[in-house]
Write a protein that binds this ligand. Structure first.
Ligand SMILES: C[S@@+](CC[C@H](N)C(=O)[O-])C[C@H]1O[C@@H](n2cnc3c(N)ncnc32)[C@H](O)[C@@H]1O
Length: 222
């Protein structure tokens, strides 16, 4: 296998998650800061508000159902599955090997369930849970051509009860400000409501002024 280096992520209870990262393999092969912030927010906020039923979704005491988009190394999905969610982590074909290695390395910590699937944004969604309680997204708003396909996937997957929990790092370089503005203020706001999670509701250590955590829900149909 390609050479890898391990990122250890502490948890409030139990042993840390260990994520293999790769020096080659594109942007998805390392853990991004927005993923750390989101994973630690999910841990602090468990059981998560705002999706599914009062027990956190899923019903009958079972954990909520979550789909992660652009999962990269799988940190966010693995934290969710360790907390008790039933998670499908998705990314491009070339990330599946790394995702499956990380799922296997951390399977003893999973109290819900986790599986990896290929999903390219904008393509037809076939074998994923429809209307999941949560869609998780970390650091996926970074290039212009992906914005409309990503929004299409979010629309295809989400139902009225779905809460999208998304983190992104606000970047000032290049056309990043333009890309972020277009996604949040032109595309997303047409059909979705956005709630920003304040810093004092995030993890005490893993939070930053530059990294935003949002709860996003479909605008209710009149
Ligand atoms: C900046 S990385 C973030 C990875 C991970 N969420 C994290 O924060 O550590 C962006 C991720 O989006 C994935 N991605 C980019 N374009 C995509 C597309 N068109 N369809 C599906 N995934 C895509 C990449 O493969 C990569 O894993």
């Amino acid at each position: 296998m390609t050479e890898s280096f391990v990122r250890s992520v502490e948890r409030r209870a139990g042993s840390p998650l260990r994520l293999r990262q790769r020096a080659v393999g594109g942007v998805g092969a390392v853990v991004w800061d927005a993923a750390l912030v989101l994973a630690k927010y999910l841990e602090r906020a468990w059981p998560w508000p705002g999706g599914g039923s009062a027990d956190g979704g899923g019903g009958g005491g079972a954990g909520p159902v979550a789909v992660e988009l652009g999962a990269g190394t799988g940190l966010v999905g693995l934290m969710a599955a360790a907390l008790g969610a039933n998670v499908t982590v998705t990314d491009l074909e070339e990330l599946q090997d790394l995702l499956n290695v990380n799922i296997n390395d951390n399977k003893h910590l999973v109290t819900g369930s986790i599986q990896a699937k290929v999903l390219k944004w904008g393509e037809t969604v076939t074998d994923l849970p429809s209307d999941p309680d949560y869609i998780l997204v970390a650091d996926c708003i970074y290039y212009e051509q992906s914005l409309e396909p990503l929004l299409r996937t979010i629309k295809d997957l989400s139902g009225n009860k779905t809460c999208i929990i998304l983190s992104y790092e606000e970047r000032t370089m290049g056309n990043n400000p333009k890309v972020e503005k277009r996604f949040f203020f032109e595309l997303l706001q047409t059909d979705f409501e956005i709630e920003e999670i304040p810093l004092d509701k995030q993890d005490e250590e893993y939070r930053s002024e530059d990294i935003h955590v949002l709860h996003i829900r479909r605008k209710s149909r009149r």
